[in-house]
Write a protein that binds this ligand. Sequence first.
Ligand code: GLN
Length: 493
Amino acid sequence: MTKKSETGSTKSETKSKSEIRNWAPINEIANDVRAGKITALSNVEKSIGLIEKHSEFDAIISVLDEPAKKRAKQIDARVNNGEKAGRLAGVPFIAKDNFLVFGGETTAASNILKGFEAPYQATVINKLEAEGAICIAKANLDAFAHGSSTENSDFFVTKNPIDKTRVPGGSSGGSAAATALSLAPFSLGTDTGGSIRQPASFCNVVGFKPTYGLVSRSGVVAMASSLDVIGPITKSTEDAALIMDVIAGKDKLDMTMIDRDILAYTKFNNNLTGVKIGVEKEYMDEKVDKEVKQIISVAIEKLKNAGALVAEVSLPSSKLGLPAYYIISLAELSSNLSRYDGQRFGYSYPDAKNLDESYMLSRDIGFGDEAKRRIMIGTYVLSSGYYDAYYKKAQIVRTKIINESREAFSKFDFLIGPTTPTAAFKIGEKSQDPLQMYLSDLLTVSANLDGGPAISIPAGFAGSLPVGLHIMAPQGEDRKLLGIANGFEELSK
Ligand code: GLN
């Protein structure tokens, strides 16, 4: 069954930016399937072959082999019968394993959900399937999306495709590695504090975090509900725009949703002339590696040369973003994780003497260390006597951040900086020091706190490691953001 890929080089350790693309742009793949030039089944077989070939990177938790082939045959039959096959006809994709998908387990990379088969499917998966896309596998993550390296997965650590001794980032590390390795044309991630953008930056791919409420979260394992969003991880901004166009839009199963753009997200304007860009001063200071800043400075020059109007801007509260994020998100997730009590689904301790013991031992054995740490801190900051000192204060900071970014966006169309303070770090380098790990989210959390869209796009290499350019836009300006990102991508070609 293993079909060797068309990639010449298999020297995965030395994959560079010249890595051969295994897949055409997504709209071309779908066109070819609809035209009968390639079959959906051959795409699925190719994807399965690539997953096997690159198994050493441990990007994947489970492969949906049989259901994917079955769907592919249905799509090929539609094409043969001259019926509509969809905008994503026969395009395989990989979902982070916190999306509920029929045909296999949904574990969120946690022992407490091992063996769990979803009784319903995520809205985004339904939307993608309705357009002919095929979910081929589930990607590794930090358990429950808590982390920045996938080292918190209860199962195994994903390796960075560019350097196997390094982390792929997290929590959508498996998804970003899968896209970088071209295991499928795109993957899905979730982003609560940077989990799409940070791994995209570490793996040299495009990671898009839409405006909060633009994509339904029904059927996705909740982390922190006022921050969680879903988005694509792709090889290009054009692919990201196409996937956004399919998955964005209201869903009555998610009450937090906003209206989508009437115009297609693929109809963006990539003209950089006269575009006003603010470089966030606090994101280019001593907390960021020199080499990373160097790459971003080059990117800024390129944007200027292309006609963009670039100036420095200060958002003084942004440095409080990280502590505020780690209070608000932990408070919310401690509440969301209370549903894993060993009674209705997931792991249940088999020999409990009574209900209390069943709760306690199911959670004690089922949750990993990081989930327990977060539940304890989250419960603490919400508890009487500490609520005002922590949770309430963090909410005040969040409002300040929102106001400051509104003020900045009254002067600038976009805000830019590096996605991460460092390039991909070594496996094990930060796993014993949670604070150091949390610091890798320094530059991404503000966009979650203010709810606006943000993207990480490949900007260059610091030595052999990729660096991502982070661009933020005001809430609802997702299409505009895809446009400038595409403009920048064109400059780098
Ligand atoms: N790394 C951040 C955290 O550990 C973000 C996680 C996320 O976006 N899911 O909380």
